[in-house]
Design a protein around this ligand. Structure first.
Ligand code: FAD
Ligand code: SIN
Length: 516
């Protein structure tokens, strides 16, 4: 058994930022980060476009950023939360720069600000098209310099330990020894990120399996708005499933056009903001165009853009396209919508507190009220930075009393059991991903959702039974967690009445539904 003061699960921007701040404040307290892959592996690392922050008060204003966020959230944002997050942005940016993160500047020394869908002004602070990589690098470097932070990579949190609705820590599987160890902590932070791999076609890396939300659900924390899945309009088209390379929305902000195979600039037909309408609208329009045409993808046309400037801003995208046989100066990039982000999650208040005492959550695994029915581009890194800081400020209060509960911690079951057939897990995961794409995608149908729920509940029962009689590993937990998340998405989609933002549901199945 290991004792620590702060147990942080996840090492993306949310977990690392909180770890750094709390470790600085309390040098004599122990901060432990457990993370299931390499320490830098996270959705954060792949963020391209940047962070939406009002820095140019001449052209832009907090009010404009607030309004853009509210419009994008389609009536479901919490306005007070939006105001708080937007206005705290500049402080968080200053801190990131102090920690060593570098952002692109113009020749006059001012920040170079990009534009993305739903933004009325240029306000996206970025590091070329690799903003997340730069942020992760800078914060992780700071974290490694703190003596009171221990980073345990390849440590997979399996479940929270709770008693009387209070979190006491977590069970963690050490991937090297395959032992499950008990971590007892004063405070536990879930910063486990998104759910992309539940859909198979996703911009997310393989770590995104919704573990933290599933753990919180098993601990009876409130979970909300799971029906609001964000599909990014422009993932590089590949027929195979798995992580898809993102073509940043900032490329459309730079002037790229969306076209059908025949060359029609279809976004003009759907929204006065054209290619820079919010993500929900662009993804739904592409979905409709593909159903009408029967084509596999639409295209992003960059051929009219200034090539050298493009290469400077988007070197990774330029090279990825070139390696995949697309010279963007001459050819259009094939793109499709792919799962990208989860707007809902573990419900937290403005101090990041969940409904379970001593359990906090931050980042993509949370529902804060910022995004509503659809997240505004580049508001996610901002949300994680602001909330990790809010949680730190709350916990740094010297008068805060942390509730403690005594519970006898039972020894983990060490009985010899047969290993789970890995082929069974692979096949079931593929079936699950197919079910989610078919029945809970961009456009949903009530009957499909009801069928999906029935199937998911059967799989849940089946896999839970297997877990009781077999030696369980991280692949097992990921699948159990994804089935749990799928059930939450489908159930909350059934409950949701009225279409909003990224949520579109009809009563009857479509005649035009395509196989994926
Ligand atoms: P993550 O960065 O995903 O970190 C989660 C961490 O939890 C990982 O370290 C993971 O290994 C760990 N973990 C998960 N489960 C367990 C477990 N069971 N046990 C232990 N560890 C676990 N947002 C923007 O604002 N701007 C952008 O430009 C932008 N571009 C994006 C581009 C791409 C391709 C993607 C995928 C996302 C993008 N986003 C962007 C979204 C944004 O990157 C994420 O929402 C944000 O980084 C999430 O941060 P996080 O710390 O909450 O989670
Ligand atoms: C992108 O660069 O298009 C992603 C931005 C985001 O998800 O906020």
């Amino acid at each position: 058994m290991t004792n620590t003061n702060y147990l942080i699960i996840g090492s993306g921007v949310a977990g690392l930022t909180f770890a750094l701040r709390i470790a600085e404040q309390f040098p004599n307290k122990k901060v432990t980060i457990v993370t299931k892959a390499n320490a830098d592996e996270s959705n954060t690392k792949y963020a391209q476009g940047g962070i939406a922050i009002v820095t140019d008060k001449n052209e832009d204003s907090y009010q404009k950023h607030i309004e853009d966020t509210l419009i994008c959230g389609d009536g479901l944002c919490d306005e007070a939360v939006v105001r708080m997050v937007v206005t705290e942005g500049p402080k968080r940016l200053k801190e990131l720069i102090e920690w060593g993160a570098k952002f692109d500047k113009n020749s006059d020394g001012n920040l170079n600000l990009g534009k993305e869908g739903g933004h009325s002004e240029n306000r996206v602070v970025h590091h070329k098209d690799q903003t997340g990589h730069e942020i992760e690098r800078a914060i992780l470097m700071q974290v490694y310099q703190k003596d009171n932070i221990t980073v345990l990579d390849h440590h997979f949190a399996t479940d929270l330990i709770t008693a009387e609705n209070c979190c006491l820590g977590a069970l963690v599987l050490d991937e090297k020894t395959q032992q499950i160890n008990t971590y007892i902590s004063d405070i536990t932070l879930l910063a486990t990120g998104g759910i992309g791999h539940l859909y198979g076609h996703t911009t997310n890396p393989v770590i995104a399996t919704g573990d933290g939300i599933a753990m919180a659900y098993r601990a009876h924390a409130d979970i909300k708005e799971m029906e609001f899945i964000q599909f990014h309009p422009t993932a590089f088209y590949e027929a195979s499933t798995g992580s898809k390379f993102l073509i940043s929305e900032a490329v459309r902000g730079f002037g790229a056009y969306l076209r059908t195979k025949k060359g029609h600039r279809f976004m003009i037909d759907y929204d006065s903001r054209e290619e820079l309408a919010s993500r929900d609208i662009v993804s739904q329009s592409i979905d409709l165009e593909l159903k009408k045409s029967g084509d596999d993808c639409v295209y992003l046309d960059c051929t009219h853009l200034e090539l050298e400037a493009f290469k400077k801003h988007f070197p990774m995208i330029y090279n990825h396209c070139l390696k995949s046989g697309i010279d963007i100066a001459k050819e259009w990039i094939p793109v499709v919508p792919a799962q990208h982000y989860l707007c809902g999650g573990i419900v937290v208040d403005t101090n990041g507190k969940t409904s379970v005492t001593n359990l906090f959550a931050c980042g993509e695994c949370t529902q804060t009220g910022l995004h509503g029915a659809n997240r505004l581009a580049s508001n996610s890194l901002l949300e994680a930075l602001v909330y990790s800081s809010r949680i730190y400020e709350y916990l740094a209060n010297p008068n805060l009393e942390i509730k403690t509960i005594k519970k006898e911690i039972l020894k983990n079951d060490t009985a010899e059991k047969p290993e789970i057939d890995s082929n069974y897990l692979t096949v079931l995961k593929a079936k699950l991903q197919h079910l989610m794409r078919q029945n809970a995608g961009i456009v949903r149908y009530e009957t499909d959702l009801l069928n999906a729920k029935e199937q998911l509940l059967k799989w849940k029962e089946e896999i839970e039974k297997i877990g009781q009689t077999h030696q369980i590993n991280s692949s097992y937990y990921e699948l159990l967690n994804m089935i749990t998340i799928g059930t939450l998405i489908v159930s909350q989609s059934i409950e949701r009445q009225g279409n909003r933002g990224g949520f579109v549901k009809f009563e009857t199945p479509s005649f035009a539904k395509k196989n994926s």
